[in-house]
Design a protein around this ligand. Structure first.
Ligand code: 5GP
Ligand code: MN
Length: 339
């Protein structure tokens, strides 16, 4: 994003506008934190803004400031379509291609408003007039902080905005431990605490609100864990039946894949989760070091993401999906053993 872009956006935001802000499908902490943070900032200028999410998100995000104002396209389609159609500005946050919004894609593509992308995923599509894309950023929340700062409005970041942005930086960095966490990330986090983000309370609200069922499901996931030492790889499976047994709710499997990656000597981890409703196996991939799960997912599982965290899906059944995964690994044996 150039100075010229920033000046143009400043001009654009000078008078009240109809604005829609969109996160990706199955929004996570960074997607909800960044969209709400930007929303709260825009409200200060009397814009008519709305956050429109493609679908629902986990309960552990439902305490966030103004979270209850978020509209969901899948259940409130008519109202969302109207807002998107009338939007003069469309912000798309935390995704790099309109198809990451699922069924919302058509409405977004047809929107005549000025599109502004803020995102840290690799290989961004070129649909926005203004694209702020930086794959070195820890999170979209860090970028929204920078965006508000570049607009000269750092002092307008209040406790609620700080809370939203802190949350997304925390969740996308695995609580400040992934290699995307820079000294600058920590400086921003320090500023957000100064502005009123209650760090300890935020960690508690996100990570220490487990249900008993979720912990039992984690137990099952861990007993399903398989290790392929030759490939420094470990994977977990969860069938729909297992999810049902533990009354699965959206978000319950968040972070499970990291247990596979936490094994000593393992640098590539996967979790395969059956989704009978959509007739797919949803896949989450994680890695350490140079092994790119973004490229692996793009090549084999219709997905993408970042170098060390990506997602994808398979239209095969669980057994066939795992067999396919295992059959691909020999092609990566060298890479995995030297990454
Ligand atoms: P997760 O495994 O936590 O769902 O996602 C990890 C990362 O990969 C996130 O940055 C997410 O946006 C991205 N991602 C997850 N699923 C998909 C997918 O199906 N397609 C693409 N392109 N990215 C995905
Ligand atoms: Mn993100």
């Amino acid at each position: 994003m150039t100075n010229e872009d920033i000046n143009s956006i400043k001009q654009l935001l000078k008078s009240p506008k109809k604005i829609v802000i969109v996160p990706h499908k199955n929004p996570d902490g960074d997607a909800i934190g960044s969209t709400l943070g930007l929303y709260l900032y825009l409200l200060k200028f009397n814009h008519q803004a709305a956050v429109v999410a493609p679908n629902a998100y986990p309960d552990f995000l439902k305490w966030m400031p103004q979270e209850s104002t978020i509209l969901k396209y899948d259940t409130q389609t008519e109202m969302c379509e109207k807002l998107i159609h009338e939007a003069e500005i469309l912000f798309t946050l935390d995704f790099n291609a309109l198809n990451r919004t699922g069924d919302m894609e058509t409405a977004l593509a047809a929107c005549q408003g000025t599109k502004i992308m803020i995102d840290h995923h690799q290989q961004p599509d070129d649909y926005a007039l203004y694209t702020y894309s930086d794959v070195t950023m820890s999170s979209t929340c860090e970028m929204v902080y920078n965006f508000i700062d570049m607009l000269g409005d750092n002092t307008l970041i209040d406790a609620d905005i700080a809370t939203c942005l802190y949350t997304g930086i925390m969740t996308d960095t695995g609580s400040f431990r992934f290699s995307s966490t820079t000294s600058n990330t920590h400086r921003i986090i320090a500023n957000l605490i100064d502005k009123g983000a209650k760090n300890s309370e935020i960690h508690n609200a996100i990570y220490d609100t487990n249900s008993y069922d979720r912990l039992q499901l984690l137990g099952r996931a861990l007993s399903n864990l398989k290790v392929l030492n030759d490939y420094k790889t470990a994977y977990i499976t969860l069938t729909q039946e297992e999810l049902n047994t533990f009354n699965f709710k959206k978000g319950d499997t968040e972070g499970f894949v990291n247990y596979a990656l936490s094994l000593d000597g393992i640098i590539f981890a996967a979790i395969f989760i059956e989704d009978k409703q959509n007739d797919i196996i949803k896949i989450s991939l994680r890695s350490k070091g140079d092994f790119s799960v973004n490229e692996f997912s793009r090549a084999h599982f219709q997905g993408g993401g970042h170098t060390n965290a990506a997602g994808g899906k398979s239209d095969l059944n669980m057994k066939a999906t795992v067999d396919k995964f295992i059959s691909i690994l020999p092609d990566y044996k060298n890479t995995l053993n030297h990454a």
